[in-house]
Unconditional design. Structure first.
Length: 312
């Protein structure tokens, strides 16, 4: 799917909106909040719409030209002349335009800038609409402020699977029933039978079309987990019994260890082996959820950035 960076972002129609965009782009380009709009409509601006001071003291000026058709050399020269009056004196002037990038215009501006630099005057450069958009995309929150209508496209499939995943992880949290399952010793020790209710609910309720993931990897991981849970729950029903003192607690009959030791250890070992398989399948499911629904960082990156660009 096309990304924002590769999309045709429309330029604003109003001068006021364009100056606001130019201000935001300047703050992002120079990584400084020390940029401001110059004056207001009707006031003399001395060839500068936005100005800023960099940490090294360099004075930057921007002159906006909301001219989709392009910027003539005559216009550039006129704006440079006007900016000579700006105080304190500029070190760099940027003509900022909504026009598309144009090689002849860039060359003319470079030649003018080199001529001015030789005599100690401020240099000149030009930023086209593509440059402004790229600057805005350095911070998606800022971009969205100017283009709220270009928000991320709703992904109904991802939303559906995300909701199912959250439901499973709430029912079977790693630090809840999964941890208990991993640590519980079935060798004749009693346990609260209701403790395993989440496993029974998962085994009984999550084998229906309504509980199917759309993504095949997620559905495969969920089914593998459910099958092992179902096997474990089946053993709970067949191989454990209420204790004499409290029917709410179950156990693998401890007397089997003496009367039927082979059966006792076969059942206990199978319980423990199944518990390990359930824990492992749960781990695989969680990792699959993260990879499919959240994504993985690119090779060499330390962590996903907060300004990562979503697809549109």
């Amino acid at each position: 799917m096309p990304t924002l960076a590769g999309s045709n972002i429309p330029s604003p129609k109003s001068w006021d909106e364009f100056e606001d965009i130019a201000l935001s782009a300047a703050k992002l380009r120079w990584k400084s909040s020390n940029f401001f709009r110059h004056g207001r409509g009707g006031q003399r601006q001395d060839g500068v719409d936005v100005y800023g001071t960099l940490p090294d003291g360099k004075q930057i000026g921007l002159q906006g030209k909301n001219t989709i058709s392009g910027v003539s050399q005559k216009t550039v020269s006129a704006e440079v002349l006007a900016a000579e009056s700006f105080l304190p004196p500029l070190d760099e002037l940027y003509i900022v335009t909504t026009a598309k990038r144009d090689a002849p215009t860039q060359k003319a501006v470079r030649m003018l800038s080199a001529t001015r630099a030789k005599v100690g005057k401020f240099t000149v450069d030009i930023l086209f609409w593509d440059d402004i958009v790229q600057d805005l995309l350095l911070d998606l929150a800022i971009f969205r402020k100017h283009y709220p209508e270009l928000g991320p496209v709703r992904d109904s499939v991802k939303e559906h699977d995300q909701a199912l995943a959250e439901e499973i992880l709430a029912l079977l949290p790693s630090n809840g029933i999964i941890s208990f399952l991993d640590q519980n010793n079935m060798a004749g020790f009693a346990f609260p039978y209701a403790k395993f209710d989440p496993l029974r609910d998962f085994a009984y309720d999550w084998d229906t079309p309504e509980k199917e993931f759309i993504d095949p990897e997620l559905e495969e991981a969920k089914s593998a987990l459910r099958n092992k849970v179902d096997e474990y729950v089946g053993m709970l029903s067949l191989e454990t019994y209420p204790t004499e003192r409290n029917v709410d607690f179950h156990t693998v009959p401890p007397e089997w260890e003496i009367d039927q030791p082979e059966r006792f250890w076969k059942v206990v070992n199978r319980f423990h082996a199944l518990a390990g398989e359930v824990v492992e399948h749960h781990r695989v499911f969680v990792r699959t959820v993260k990879r499919v629904l959240i994504g993985t960082p690119k090779a060499g990156s330390k962590a996903p950035g907060k300004n990562r660009e979503p697809e549109t």
